[in-house]
Design a protein. Structure first.
Length: 353
């Protein structure tokens, strides 16, 4: 519902300070607002208890603190949950909640749909609907934190591995990341925030120059140029050779590793020869590989590799001293691959509830 109100979620500290000033208040009132919205996660203007009453009254005439609405939630047997969230203009996006023993990981979307068109990906089938604003990115974290009643002390990890290509919406993604990582804001350390990219080479170099950059994960998914182009047509524009050069030049903090993601597709990119080639491509890099079991669906013909193949792949990489982890696939029973929910929603005319 569009109420004509302006959402305060998405404004950074300077913007909120300027807003306070423009309403005839002291600058520190803007800072209070900032902390209330992101650090205390106050769910509405009425909940901004430490603000002066006059400011609250003035604000509530024109502004609100609005999170995306939960349209539907699918909870998996393994405890993970997939949220279909509705934005103000009724656009639907997905956010995933994954609890582990000591921490919670949230998987955020950066765009509604995606233009990159990877052949194995369900989000690709939606095409690109639009970029998300910083407020809509932050709103996903705030909405799920509220829905799950996650307490401020809980160890949170954030990964931009939902719908969309974060590096094709870099300005809004980085604005959100700065607020997420700010101790006075959301307060999640940069080392617990990861941006995953299909390999937009010039934007990787741009990210490399930002001192506030989070961790980087690169979707490799293939062992040769030809194979990668077949899976990810973006490889024509940004070939593997250039991508790996940008990765080698990427500045890493002490103890930080680059992450490569490799979705194992049965009979396509999962042979011993593929593993040998991947080891060669990554030789000498400070990197690890996450081997991702494929989530299949009726719309696409790719299938997951058998477990033995994944283990053999991992062994070969380990033999070359490349740490490789087989990611446990969460939410298999709820259509957990990004885009799968939305795709269902589209088929039903967005009426699932
Ligand atoms: N656009 C970014 C981030 C979103 S996709 C990127 O491509 O990196 C996040 C990860 O999910 C990518 O590594 C992608 O290869 C993987 N992925 C996409 N569809 C998948 C599926 N159906 N099953 C398993 N992994 C998938
Ligand atoms: Fe877009 Fe990533 Fe899916 Fe490729 S894998 S289509 S880049 S969301």
């Amino acid at each position: 519902m569009n109420t004509g109100m302006q959402n305060l979620v998405g404004l950074d500290r300077q913007e909120l300070e300027r807003l306070a000033q423009s309403l005839g208040k002291a600058t520190y009132r803007g800072r209070q607002l900032y902390q209330a919205i992101y650090r205390r996660r106050a769910p509405g203007i009425a909940a901004l208890t430490d603000l002066d009453r006059d400011l609250k009254r003035v604000l509530s005439a024109q502004y609100n603190v609005d999170y995306p609405r939960v349209q539907v939630v699918f909870t998996s047997k393994d405890g993970s949950a997939r949220y279909l969230l509705r934005l103000q203009d009724n656009t639907l996006i997905e956010t995933v909640y994954m609890p582990e023993e000591q921490r919670v990981t949230l998987c955020l979307s950066s765009q509604a749909g995606c233009a990159v068109d990877c052949r194995f990906c369900f989000t690709a089938l939606l095409g690109l609907q639009r970029n998300l604003s910083a407020g809509e990115i932050l709103g996903q974290a705030l909405a799920v934190v509220k829905a799950r009643e996650i307490l401020p002390g809980t160890r949170l990890n954030l990964v931009f591995m939902g719908m969309g290509e974060p590096l094709l919406n870099l300005a809004q993604v980085m604005k959100a990341v700065h607020i997420l990582a700010d101790p006075q804001g959301f307060g999640i350390p940069l080392r617990r925030i990861t941006i995953s990219t299909s390999g937009i080479v010039p934007r990787i170099s741009e990210m490399a120059r930002d001192p506030g950059r989070p961790k980087l994960a690169v979707s490799l998914n293939a062992s040769t140029e030809e194979q990668r182009t077949e899976l990810m047509p973006i490889n024509r524009k940004y070939p593997l050779r250039d991508l790996l050069r940008a990765c080698r030049a990427y500045p890493l903090r002490p103890r930080e590793l680059l992450t490569f993601e490799y979705v194992l597709l049965d009979g396509f990119n999962d042979t011993d020869a593929d593993a040998q080639r991947v080891a060669k491509l990554l030789r000498g890099m400070r990197a690890k590989i996450n081997l991702i079991p494929y989530n299949s669906g009726p719309e696409l013909s790719y299938r997951a590799s058998p477990v033995e193949k994944a283990l053999a792949f991992q062994q070969i990489l380990a033999g070359h001293r490349i740490p490789a982890y087989i990611r446990i696939s969460r939410g298999q029973d709820i259509g957990a691959a990004c885009g799968q929910l939305r795709l269902k929603g589209m088929r039903n005319g967005d009426t699932i509830a």
